[in-house]
Design a protein around this ligand. Structure first.
Ligand SMILES: [Zn+2]
Ligand SMILES: [Zn+2]
Length: 358
């Protein structure tokens, strides 16, 4: 076989899941295989996980319609193998190395980037949102965003390091050592936060979740008490186990106004409430009674700290990795994406990993 023949054999096209029109759904399409630009790394995607953000984009809600400019390849949580290094890549990255990547591509020059808060970069571009994402056979990423995967971390866990990082950042935003913790909402990030809070020394982790399937997952990841906020007296149950004081730390993962207000009532005086769940609209709370007179600390959480959160997440996976297995409920071929989104929208799945083969 001549060099030219071998060159001709290289694929120039790839499969991708793309939002082609401003309407619900994704299309499985052919796209041109990306070429790594200077400073970029071409990665062959092996597995990618579906995020709640992808569900919003699939459903084409108000947020998606305002933010996404079709056509866009979706997806931002993945693991793959380095296939080619672009010019000028000086990091110790090698062809054949397993990698994931931080999907927030920051400017590196704004106030936040220059003061160690790149997760708040005001010129951020997010893969699968503002530019083409990882639901494709290949993706090209800036080398600085690429995260080499430790040999003892399997692909399954590596594919969810992004949302696991959101959980890590949320839990790490409060002092949970020796604390009672209430996690409000047991979606994948809420579920991940249970073993993370325990690994960081929480004395007791309570989960509030209306969906029975997800309550089962909360028990499987080791929550000490799992409660249904729609039946029974959740507030009395929490007060009983906290000896009438309320919990030290609340992890608000739901963004649901009713759940948010209930959580505020369950915080002890001078407690901390960390907010990751995104409310879809404004809502009122009793600021005087539930925040000011309670001396409550409210902490908003956005993204992952670059790259402190990634180091913490890697260390967690190396020491407690099997604890996240119950959350990874399904693996499907990428072609079955419609089935995956049906499972997710019906609330009958934790994290779904799409297999890209290879
Ligand atoms: Zn995500
Ligand atoms: Zn910036």
């Amino acid at each position: 076989m001549s060099t030219r023949d071998r060159h001709a054999e290289r694929p120039r096209y790839m499969r991708c899941l793309r939002k082609t029109e401003p309407e619900p759904g994704f299309h499985l399409e052919q796209a041109t295989k990306p070429v790594p630009l200077r400073g970029e790394v071409l990665i062959r995607v092996t597995s990618a996980a579906i995020c709640g953000t992808d569900v919003h984009i699939y459903q084409w809600d108000e947020w998606s319609a305002n933010r996404i400019k079709p056509p866009t390849i979706i997806g931002h949580e993945f693991v793959g193998v380095v296939e080619q290094l672009g010019q000028g890549v000086t990091q110790p990255l090698e062809v054949g190395q397993r990698v994931s990547a931080e999907g927030h591509i920051c400017c590196g020059t704004c106030y936040y980037c220059r003061t160690g808060k790149a997760h708040l970069c005001q010129s951020v571009e997010i893969i699968g949102v503002d530019r083409d994402g990882c639901f494709a056979d290949w993706i090209s990423m800036p080398a600085g965003n690429v995260w080499p995967i430790h040999a003892d971390i399997p692909d399954r866990w590596a594919s969810v390091m992004d949302p696991l990082g959101n959980a890590m950042h949320t839990v790490a935003s409060a002092d949970v050592a020796g604390a009672s913790v209430l996690c409000v909402g047991a979606g994948p990030i809420g579920l991940f936060s249970v073993p993370i809070a325990k690994a960081r020394g929480a004395s007791r982790v309570i989960v509030s979740e209306p969906n029975a399937y997800r309550r089962g997952l909360a028990e499987a990841v080791g929550a000490d008490l799992v409660l249904d906020p729609t039946t029974g007296d959740l507030e009395a149950a929490v007060m009983e186990v906290t000896r009438g004081m309320g919990v030290d730390v609340i992890l608000e993962m739901s963004g649901h106004p009713g759940a948010f207000r209930q959580a505020l009532r369950l915080a002890r005086l001078a407690g901390t409430m960390v907010l990751l769940g995104i409310p879809s609209r404004e809502f009122a709370i009793d600021w005087a009674e539930e925040v000011i007179f309670k001396a409550l600390t409210l902490v908003g959480v956005n993204g992952r700290r670059m790259f402190e959160t990634w180091y913490q997440t890697e260390e967690f996976l190396l020491t407690h990795g099997p604890s996240i297995e119950p959350v990874l409920t399904h693996t499907m071929p990428m072609e079955d994406f419609d089935t995956a989104f049906r499972y997710l929208t019906s609330g009958r799945a934790g994290k779904i990993i799409l297999d890209f083969g290879g």
